[in-house]
Design a protein around this ligand. Structure first.
Ligand SMILES: [Zn+2]
Length: 294
């Protein structure tokens, strides 16, 4: 039986740096006694970053962490291992680790926004979050009931109000006694040996092991970008924080370019477009008539 890895991210998500001791390695997979790297879990991709190994000459060798998984509480770091490094990785070797915090913060913004929306959807409609996927370019969540397009703006506005209220995101580890009276949402996909509760006061209480922002204001903004019917319920796609800004910038640039090419202002684009479509239809009819007469 392998000892579970000490999860430094459970209690401190803002510190990307740590030192750890090598327990073993096999085929480019490293096991350490402790780690700040969050593994892939509950539909969310893992942290990335680097591990730094003393090179024996007073310097360090960087090993890129490309993926992190968890099996029976043991965290497995997949690293790029140059051939000549193998001999340096003996059990007991001390390593320095650095988590890529830009990637983690982006994930924290999406993930915490998901809690807010799921809390609101659960409170208003009683639906459960039955699926969650978070990668570099998409964030989706599935609900057990149907939402109509007209219901989305109000959910979105409530979620953004919770962001602007800059509420604390509290992490607690309730005792078995406290768990008996605690009411919380639970995501079945997330396996946790220790119950970790994430509370956003007045919005959501949920069992979750992932990194979250410390206050909702750090999310900045959330936009619901897609609503689809999904297995008897719905799937929502969202963009939060820097992703919401990137999306806004992309759309803003596109509309500005479109307005310029139509020599009109933003608000006249739909009218200009309708007119152009009517003109095209008229021209097609004319061509057909002319062809017939030739
Ligand atoms: Zn969470």
């Amino acid at each position: 039986m392998n000892n579970p890895t000490i999860k430094l991210y459970d209690k401190n998500i803002s510190d990307p740096s740590f030192t750890a001791s090598v327990l073993r390695h096999e085929g480019g997979v490293l096991v350490l006694d402790r780690t700040a790297f969050f593994p892939e879990a509950g539909g969310q991709l893992s942290d990335r970053g680097a591990l730094y190994l003393p090179d024996g000459k007073g310097g360090e060798l960087a090993l890129t962490v490309t993926d992190v998984q968890i099996e029976d509480g043991v965290i497995l770091h997949r690293v790029t291992l140059p051939q000549d490094v193998m001999s340096l990785l003996t059990p007991g070797t001390m390593l320095r680790g650095e988590v890529d915090m830009a990637r983690r913060f982006d994930f924290m913004q999406q993930h915490t926004a998901e809690h807010i929306i799921s809390g609101i959807v659960h409170a208003r409609f009683g639906y459960d979050n039955v699926g969650f996927r978070l990668s570099e370019n998409s964030c989706t969540m599935d609900y057990s009931g149907v939402l109509a397009p007209e219901q989305i703006p109000e959910i979105e506005l409530s979620a953004n109000r919770a962001i602007w209220d800059n509420l604390p995101v509290e992490i607690t580890f309730p005792s078995e006694e406290e768990q008996k009276t605690l009411v919380y949402r639970s995501k079945k996909e997330i396996a946790s040996d220790e119950l970790r509760i994430v509370t956003i006061p007045g919005i959501d209480t949920c069992a979750c092991c992932a990194p979250h922002v410390a206050r909702t204001g750090e999310i900045g903004l959330v936009k619901i970008i897609r609503l689809q019917n999904w297995k008897g319920g719905v799937r929502l796609s969202i963009a939060a924080g820097a992703r919401a800004l990137a999306l806004f910038t992309e759309e803003h640039d596109m509309i500005t370019a479109l307005a310029r090419s139509l020599s009109t202002s933003w608000e006249n684009i739909p009218d200009r477009f309708t007119k152009l479509r009517e003109e095209t239809r008229g021209l097609k009819r004319e061509i057909t008539t002319l062809r017939k007469s030739l």
